[in-house]
Every structure is written in C-alpha cells, then in structure tokens.
Design a protein around this ligand. Structure first.
Ligand code: FE
Length: 327
C-alpha cells in the first residue's frame, strides 16, 4: 500500500505544525494516475496538502472501519456506486454538501442524504463489430438475449462488481423475473467463456471471436486512442446503464469541513472536465467539457434511477447470475 504526498515539495518548505492542520488524507480506489493531477491542482490552488493511498474498495472500507476514530482518512473515493452504498451501510460516511455538489451533480448520481456523490459517470453499454454488425440489428440489453445473437455475444465475468451493479440496476428497472430471463438468454448466446476484463473482450470483438459485448466505454476509448482503426464502436440502448466513480466524507475524519471543501472542488466545472477526461469517462456535471473522442460517440439516455439501488440489490444480482449460469 502506497502513501503518497501529492505535494511533496510543499512539505519540505513548511513547518510540520502548519502542515498538520492543512493536510488531508484520501483513501482511493480510483487509481494513482487518475487522481494525482487533480489533487496536485487542488494543493497548488489552496495550499492544502493532500496525501492519498490506493487499494480496492473492500480493503479500504475494512481499513476505515478498523481504524475507527483514529482513522487518518478524510475522504473516500471509489469506482463503483455499490461500494459507496456499502460504506454508508457501515456508517463510515457522513452527509456533506457544498455549492458545486448541489449545482453540478444530478440527484440520481448521489446519495439522497449526501453521504456520497458521483464525480464521473461510467457508461456500461453495448459495443459491436463495425465489420459484422448492422447498427439496425441492435436494441436494448434484453435484445442481446435474442436468438439472433447466438454464438456472437461476449461478456466479462459476473464476479466483476461492474456487472453486479449492471444486473442490480436491471433488476431495479425490470424486476427479478424479466432480468433472470434476460441473463439466461445472454448466457445461451455466449461465443466464449466470460472474459476477465473489458479490454480483452473488446479485442476479441476486433479479432472476430464475437460480434457484440457489454463494456465500460473508457476501455474502448483507450484502445481507440492507441489505434483509431479498431473496428469496434458504441451502441446506446434505452436507459443506458451508468455507474459512477465518486466519493464521500469519512464520518470519523477530524477535518470534515476541509474534506467537504475538497469534495466540492472536485464537483466544480474545471475539476469535472479533468476528472472525467483523465480516464475518457463522462463528467457527472452535464455542463463540463467532454474529451473529443468521447463526444464523437454521441449522446445517450442514461438510466435515471438512483444508483443506491446498485448497492441495495447487489446480493440479489449475484444470486440471480449464479442461478442463470453466468460465471
Ligand atoms: Fe474499470
């Protein structure tokens, strides 16, 4: 586990007593290179030093719980709404609010009590071969269960929380029975055993192993940045599933006001474009600028249901996928 100073130089030039009051600690599931530039910018603008450590959400949640009132953590960042929901269920996050959080973050991307806020949207949508699929063949998530896709569909493993959140939100929208029928249809249409990650799935579509799949768009974005001729593009089903990368203020932080100020800054127009742009995601703030590559995929109608359902229905989603034979 790495504990990193985002503004190491500042720490050399200021006395320790000053730093103790002006230093925030972030526990982040979001990767180092995706948050460092933001925290450095915040430090440069405010003089507040921010240190962070990165690990999986599960490990960080257990750590915050075990550290109790002694936790150094002020802000918790994850890459999945279900993980934020779990942190609130454990009582680890506290309600927070600020002008940018209120003005820029849509309601369905935040906890109704303000204990967490989405900071970027990650669309988990249908991607397809531009060589073997006519875009008019494509429809909803449920359509991928149709027999016309037999032997043509690729999926990532059901163990990944992204798919657990997807199925949880599909249960929320369509009910358990219809969702189970859908997932059984997907399994019947698989061209290959489920993949361990989205990138290899997209590469399998490009290579002709399958024709359609479900992935987070930023993985396709990365491949297209490397090779713009990759013959795979995006389709937007009705009520496209989105997840969030987001965060909340730690209940046992002794600097809740400072932590809230940082969270609110991350929701500002300026920070929002960078937060999403670093990973080719969609800003939570609908007014923030999109990366041109992302913008070229066009607009979509996101599922407007509150993302807390992704946590509430996660266990049910896991049981459903197991029953349906989705490994
Ligand atoms: Fe990811």
């Amino acid at each position: 586990m790495k504990l990193i100073s985002a503004l190491a130089l500042l720490s050399l030039t200021l006395p320790t007593a000053v730093l103790a009051a002006d230093e925030l600690v972030v526990y982040s599931e979001r990767k180092d290179h995706l948050i460092r530039p933001l925290l450095e910018q915040y430090s440069a603008q405010t003089g507040v030093e921010v240190r962070f450590l990165t690990d999986s959400a599960g490990v960080l949640i257990e750590r915050i719980a075990a550290e109790g009132t002694n936790t150094p953590a002020d802000l918790f960042l994850t890459v999945d709404a279900g993980s934020l929901w779990q942190a609130t269920e454990r009582g680890l996050l506290v309600s927070a609010s600020g002008p940018n959080l209120q003005a820029n973050i849509p309601d369905h991307l935040a906890d109704p009590e303000g204990r967490w806020y989405g900071l970027s949207m990650r669309a988990r949508t249908v991607v397809y071969s531009t060589e073997r699929v006519d875009r008019n063949e494509l429809g909803s998530y449920a359509d991928l269960a149709d027999a016309k896709w037999q032997g043509r569909l690729c999926l990532r493993t059901s163990k990944k929380v992204y798919n657990q959140s997807l199925v949880a939100m599909l249960i929320n929208a369509n009910g358990e029975q219809a969702t189970e029928q859908m997932v059984r249809g997907w399994v019947a249409n698989l061209a290959a055993p489920p993949f361990s990650n989205d990138t290899s799935l997209i590469e399998a579509i490009a290579a002709g192993q399958c024709d359609v799949g479900i992935v987070n768009t930023y993985y396709l974005g990365r491949l297209l940045k490397d090779d713009p001729t990759t013959p795979v593009t995006v389709h937007w089903p009705p009520a496209t599933h989105i997840n969030i990368s987001g965060g909340g203020v730690v209940a046992n932080s002794d600097q809740k006001e400072q932590a809230t100020a940082l969270l609110d800054w991350l929701a500002s127009d300026q920070a929002q474009a960078l937060f999403a742009g670093l990973n080719l995601e969609y800003p939570a703030d609908p007014n923030a600028d999109l990366d041109p590559l992302v913008e070229a995929w066009g607009t979509f109608d996101a599922d407007q249901a509150n993302l807390s359902h992704a946590g509430r229905l996660q266990a049910e989603a896991v049981r459903l996928m197991d029953r349906a034979g989705y490994r």
